[in-house]
Design a protein around this ligand. Structure first.
Ligand SMILES: NC(=O)c1ccc[n+]([C@@H]2O[C@H](COP(=O)([O-])OP(=O)(O)OC[C@H]3O[C@@H](n4cnc5c(N)ncnc54)[C@H](OP(=O)(O)O)[C@@H]3O)[C@@H](O)[C@H]2O)c1
Length: 260
């Protein structure tokens, strides 16, 4: 226990789902944790679930599509905790629609949040990490970043672009001892990601349809992702940079349908 003792971590989208589980796990390992998202009330409710010691948890309402808000939040985190060692770009949105359906606005919405959001956070975080002699950046990609899913093409593209941007960043910042890795989950239940698409009533059916596609026989949970994020954020992975870690019960390997 305590592998992140004394470290400072920033988790975007830390008020719900995967981000909240990551913040909880990092706190439990001794880190000071800053979370952000757009909804202040959701963040405030998450704080006591992350940890009791309020001197090690801070939160602020931040929209990652706003460069001004991102700059102000990074400054506030460094002011509060004295630096930054770990950045988890977890905030993301998913929308469905055939390529010709959503128009340019769908592209703008998804790329602003899923690609330019992490870009803004990384640009602001890296100078602080350099001052600490290094750091670890973990970006939340998706199986959809390497597999084309019909009617999810814009989301797929946003995650594929995030993969490439992160891998270039891994090379550009390796000399600064700043590592950049990605996690590519399959279906992770108990998050809000699919709510805008299916509504609360439709989500259980969506989960049920996807569960069997994962060869290990189950979908993932936010704590599953938090374990992987902890490994990539900590010194346990100190010689790993630029990887896209599939975290999907084997779903990335192949179709589940036997050919014989
Ligand atoms: N669940 C899955 O099956 C799955 C699979 C593969 C990859 N992922 C990825 O995992 C990440 C986390 O998703 P999740 O499943 O945990 O879904 P979630 O519960 O919807 O979490 C997304 C978080 O991002 C925040 N967010 C969204 N837009 C934002 C913005 N513009 N600025 C700041 N914060 C913003 C949301 O809070 P606010 O709404 O309050 O801003 C929310 O807390 C995403 O990047 C997603 O693409 C999830």
């Amino acid at each position: 226990m305590g592998v992140l003792k004394g470290k400072v971590a920033l988790v975007t989208g830390g008020g719900t789902g995967i981000g909240k589980a990551i913040a909880q796990r990092f706190y439990a390992e001794g880190a000071s944790v800053a979370i952000c998202g757009r909804r202040a009330e959701v963040l405030a409710a998450a704080v006591p679930e992350i940890g009791d010691d309020l001197s090690r948890v801070m939160h602020d309402s931040v929209d990652v599509t706003s460069a001004e808000q991102v700059v102000a939040f990074l400054a506030a985190v460094v002011d509060c905790f004295g630096g930054l060692d770990i950045l988890v770009n977890n905030a993301g949105i998913m929308r469905f629609g055939a390529l010709t359906e959503g128009g340019e606005q769908l592209w703008r919405d998804l790329l602003e949040t899923n690609l330019l959001g992490p870009y803004r956070l990384m640009c602001e975080a890296v100078p602080h990490m350099r001052r600490r002699g290094g750091g670890s950046i973990v970006n939340l990609s998706s199986l959809a970043g390497s597999k084309s899913l019909p009617r999810a093409g814009v989301y797929c593209t946003s995650k594929a672009a995030l993969n490439m941007m992160s891998q270039v960043a891994a090379l550009e910042w390796a000399a600064d001892n700043i590592r950049v890795n990605l996690i590519a989950p399959g279906l992770v239940e108990d998050t809000e990601l699919a709510d805008p698409i299916f509504g609360p009533d439709g989500v259980p059916d969506f989960y049920a349809r996807l569960r069997d596609l994962h060869p290990l026989g189950r979908s993932g949970s936010p704590p599953d992702v938090a374990e992987a994020a902890l490994f990539l954020a900590s010194e346990q992975s100190s010689w790993i940079t630029g990887v896209v870690l599939p975290l999907d019960g084997g779903r990335h390997l192949a179709t589940n349908r036997p050919v014989l």
